[in-house]
Design a protein around this ligand. Structure first.
Ligand code: BTN
Length: 243
């Protein structure tokens, strides 16, 4: 499969670069940077972006069918499964997914995904899947992160090649991408659930300015989280989980 790669030495954010250049970027462009000065996390958080770690944005311009909007939503979950597969297969660590798409190891975050889309009128111009993976952080750098965090080098006790990880990522992501567009979340539902660490737990989910507390009951066929909040069922499309 043909994938165009753009390597930036230093940039504010690879996602912002993709947003600003969406018109001219081809479908399946992979933008990666050695460092970011304004790395973005979900919910307007900062993504600390020191050298020797992975900062990549995948630009996708699928033929978008409005009837298949769940397929687009499932890209978020698919990216999490892709990262979990790579970590497990190639680095023999035990990843877990925290809904919708945080990757944790031993309860500490190792990777994050920020999916953004560009819509003009009713037309989807493109989707950006931004991925950050902690590959080579030192313990004292990890302590500066605002939540418990880990790094692959700490876990496997050797330096990790960013370029090798990126190769795995591109290969794994595009191995089932077309099939995902066709089948949506169903394609990965079982696998997603097998990596999930929150089911049957008492959790809190923040959705914009609302918060819900209850038991995480299941993931439905579209990747939404189904919660039992004191007997009342809540189906949540997207949010920030605390558990
Ligand atoms: C999260 O909050 O968990 C999502 C983090 C996403 C970080 C990546 S790094 C590459 C891309 N560029 C950004 O500015 N953010 C994403």
């Amino acid at each position: 499969m043909y994938v165009k790669k753009i390597h930036l030495k230093k940039i504010g954010s690879t996602n912002d670069f993709a947003l600003q250049n969406m018109d001219s970027l081809e479908d399946k462009t992979v933008i990666f940077a050695d460092m970011q000065t304004q790395g973005k996390g979900r919910n307007e958080r900062i993504w600390i972006s020191e050298r020797n770690n992975l900062f990549v944005s995948l630009v996708l311009k699928p033929d978008y069918d409005m009837d298949k909007k769940n397929t687009l939503h499932s890209l978020t979950h698919y990216s999490a499964v892709v990262l979990a597969r790579i970590l497990e297969k190639n680095y023999s660590v035990k990843p877990a997914i925290k809904w919708p798409n945080d990757i944790l190891i031993d309860g500490k975050k190792i990777a994050g995904i920020l999916v953004e889309s560009v819509v003009q009128g009713k037309c989807l111009q493109g989707v950006i899947v931004g991925i950050g993976v902690n590959l080579n952080y030192r313990q004292n750098q990890l302590e500066k992160i605002d939540q418990p965090a880990t790094s692959l080098n700490v876990l496997v006790k050797k330096e990790i090649s960013r370029d090798q990880f990126l190769k795995y990522l591109v290969r794994e992501f595009f191995s089932q991408y077309e099939e995902l567009l066709e089948k949506g979340f169903q394609l990965i539902k079982k696998e997603y659930i097998s990596y999930s660490m929150f089911l049957d737990k008492n959790i809190k989910v923040i959705v914009f300015d609302q918060s819900y507390q209850g038991i995480a009951k299941k993931i439905d066929d579209t990747g939404c989280l189904v919660m039992d909040c004191r007997g009342e069922q809540k189906i949540i499309n997207i949010g920030d989980m605390i558990c």
